[in-house]
Design a protein around this ligand. Structure first.
Ligand code: 5GP
Length: 177
């Protein structure tokens, strides 16, 4: 098992590149089926979801739009509890079928705070696709329509996810040792 060091911490391989890619393809397949004949708008949440959003989007065969927003509630390895928006949403969501793309749902707080803002614009539908979900960590229950992997409540990095800015470039997902 490969060990990588990020800042002061050691991480071990947790989900391989091949397994991630296979699952991303499956998630895209489900979305292609569920939204056949439609044109959903994907809202990818930066920074963490950039890699997942790009790979997911490549496997879509339906017509789809994508835009990016930035929300952050993490500093280092702990949720700061405060959700900060630094790049706003310019799209008008009225009557649209919206799919939020999230790297990981941990406590659920980020999306819990953000969803009412989106619902206010009266989209036709609003679903969430999350690559990772930590069921044991959830404090704000959310309906997740598509989940890549349910994982234990341990800090992970890689495939877009960082530890204090580093580790986003790894093709695999690593778990704290
Ligand atoms: P939540 O609001 O659900 O507690 O946290 C969501 C955000 O926290 C994610 O979008 C992600 O940026 C960050 N996060 C949660 N768990 C982890 C983790 O294990 N590793 C990393 N790198 N970020 C995480």
């Amino acid at each position: 098992m490969a060990i990588v060091k990020v800042h002061d911490k050691s991480f071990e391989t947790f989900i391989s590149e091949e397994t991630i890619q296979q699952r991303v393809k499956e998630l895209a397949g489900m979305i292609n089926k569920d939204y056949a004949g439609e044109r959903p708008l994907f809202i990818a949440i930066l920074n963490g979801s950039f890699m997942f959003a790009a790979d997911l989007f490549k496997h879509l065969t339906i017509e789809a739009d994508i835009c990016f927003i930035k929300l952050a509630s993490y500093k280092g390895m702990k949720s700061s509890g405060k959700v900060v928006t630094s790049i706003g949403l310019e799209e008008d969501l009225f009557g649209k079928q919206v799919i939020i793309v999230e790297d990981i749902v941990d406590t659920g707080k980020t999306l819990h705070n953000f969803l009412p803002k989106l619902m206010h614009q009266q989209p036709k539908s609003l679903k969430i696709v999350a690559l990772l979900h930590k069921p044991e960590a959830i404090e704000y229950p959310l309906e997740l329509s598509y989940v890549g992997f349910e994982i234990p409540n341990k800090f992970v990095v890689g495939y877009g996810l960082d530890y204090d800015g580093l580790g986003r470039n790894f093709k695999e997902i690593y778990q704290l040792v």
